[in-house]
Design a protein around this ligand. Sequence first.
Ligand SMILES: NC(=O)c1ccc[n+]([C@@H]2O[C@H](COP(=O)([O-])OP(=O)(O)OC[C@H]3O[C@@H](n4cnc5c(N)ncnc54)[C@H](OP(=O)(O)O)[C@@H]3O)[C@@H](O)[C@H]2O)c1
Length: 288
Amino acid sequence: MILITGATGHLGNATIKSLLEKGIPANDIAALARDENKAAELSEKGVQLKIGDYKNYDSLKSALQGVDKLLLVSSSDLDDRLTQHKNVINAAKENGVKHIVYTSIDIKSFEGTAIPYVSQIHIDTANYLKEIGIPYTLLDNTLYADLVPLFSGEKVLETGIFFPAGEGKTPFVARTEMAEAAAVVLTTSGHENQEYAITAETAYSFSEIAEMLSEITGKEVLYHHPDATAYIEQLVKVGVPKENAAFFAGFGEAIKNGEFDTNRSDLAKLLGRKPLELKEFLKTIYGI
Ligand SMILES: NC(=O)c1ccc[n+]([C@@H]2O[C@H](COP(=O)([O-])OP(=O)(O)OC[C@H]3O[C@@H](n4cnc5c(N)ncnc54)[C@H](OP(=O)(O)O)[C@@H]3O)[C@@H](O)[C@H]2O)c1
């Protein structure tokens, strides 16, 4: 049985969808969720629902019974994520899980990164996985293409992109394709103790994204890239909590510094085709 954590979230849910599309029987798939109601649509499809919380070891110990392969989707709750991830890994060990696939991050260097509060957890979890000795696969995910609209701002077509990412480039990937890559790793052999860069072959800057949006919409979309301080000030002025503004600014800074522009890409090999071009992805959002 394959168990997917974060099954009520975007990536976990899309991975289950991809497993089903690959013909894996629904009753060979288990979904870990904290809230039964949120996972009702998965139960209706015949997926086995397991209730568990990364913060509750006993719940994980019972949820992981009978699991052969596990996709550990990194927690979205930033409060002591290492303990949360260790709880899942320890419960997997106790239940004899044979392979853990973990959603990590693809950045150039963990040292001096502008987003240590996001990236450190991935090194620590990877180290723990290696230490615990269960065969693992690290999926080093770049930034979701799905974040581009969020970073660009709601009024992007009226006022342009406002984001402090300079001319840094990112090999954005659609979240559904990251999920598909995870499903491939979970259903084919030879991925034990491997680390894959889940990145597009081409990286794009927000200047280039503005050009793409102009071409897609027929409206001129400008790219404004203030420094991080001015960006935070502006967001706070329109009511965004300072903490959230600073969190986004950190991503802008990391992009600006080229942290995601790693020149590594294993995605096409895993998918068996070229991933969706960023412009094609943006057409699905901004196209008529
Ligand atoms: N590469 C990127 O661009 C990028 C961007 C954003 C996030 N991420 C990372 O990738 C992960 C997956 O992304 P996503 O888009 O699927 O995020 P998401 O939609 O926010 O999903 C997060 C999932 O984690 C679950 N979760 C949170 N705390 C938990 C806990 N204590 N116990 C059990 N489950 C818990 C959530 O459950 P509930 O539904 O119950 O809340 C949800 O199912 C995120 O959690 C984050 O670590 C990556």
